[in-house]
Design a protein around this ligand. Structure first.
Ligand code: SAH
Length: 214
């Protein structure tokens, strides 16, 4: 892990992102979060490749470009409270944590959430609160959120998530089935402005909390 500063894969990735992501704070966050801490040991050598990686339990961590793009679309300035749905191993949450004041991250699989807890501690990330539960319902106790990030695809935007969005807040979610697109929702008072953006490919947002049988 200590070699990240001289890792050619890391340098190549940062160069590639610099041409495609305009928000400097997002580029700095991607450069600063040690991605190798957030992937399983057997794929650690590929941690800085610009492609998705398996994180166990049939789940994948998105390619860094998509994480960067989603963060950019949330327009974070540093003082926000963010809800992150689908913690996985916590990489996306760690990047969001550098861009906002606090992150509440919810995951249905308790084992993945505990891996995320270890990785966030190892990376020294202190402003992420992990919750095990059903992300379809968001996390009402800490609402409203200035930004909501969803890292799994749903047929449509879960209503609980837009209900928990603060006035002026932004939500980003992959929607669809076989073909999926990122959708951004911006709340202005009682109005929800919605735009369909990049085509993407995500694992599905599963209905209901897990019994963590795996
Ligand atoms: N953001 C993660 C990767 C997300 S993969 C990372 O950076 O590592 C999608 C995650 O969403 C999986 O871990 C999956 O278990 C979780 N998930 C799926 N349905 C969910 C639901 N209803 N509530 C909470 N988490 C869910």
């Amino acid at each position: 892990m200590s070699e990240s500063g001289t890792n050619p894969q890391r340098e190549a990735l940062l160069g590639e992102l610099a041409g495609r992501v305009g928000d400097e704070r997002v580029l700095e966050a991607i450069a600063a979060v040690p991605r190798e801490a957030f992937v399983p040991e057997d794929v650690r050598g590929e941690a800085w490749g610009n492609h998705p990686l398996p994180i166990g339990h049939g789940q994948t961590i998105s390619q860094p470009l998509i994480v960067a793009r989603m963060c950019e679309l949330l327009e974070l300035r540093g003082d926000e409270r963010v809800l992150d749905v689908g913690t996985g191993r916590g990489y996306h949450a760690a990047v969001l944590a550098r861009l906002a004041a606090e992150v509440v991250s919810i995951e249905r699989d308790a084992t993945l959430s505990s891996h995320a807890r270890d990785a966030l501690a190892a990376a020294g990330v202190a402003n992420v609160t992990l919750v095990v539960g059903d992300g379809w319902e968001g996390h009402p106790p800490r609402a409203p959120y200035d930004a909501v990030n969803v890292a799994a695809a749903a047929p449509d935007v879960p209503p609980a998530l837009t209900e928990q969005l603060a006035d002026g807040g932004r939500l980003i979610i992959p929607t669809g089935g076989r073909r999926q697109w990122l959708v951004r929702v911006r709340r202005r008072g009682d109005t929800l402005e919605r735009s369909r953006l990049d085509e993407v490919r995500f694992v599905p947002l599963v209905a209901g909390a897990s019994n963590d049988a795996t």
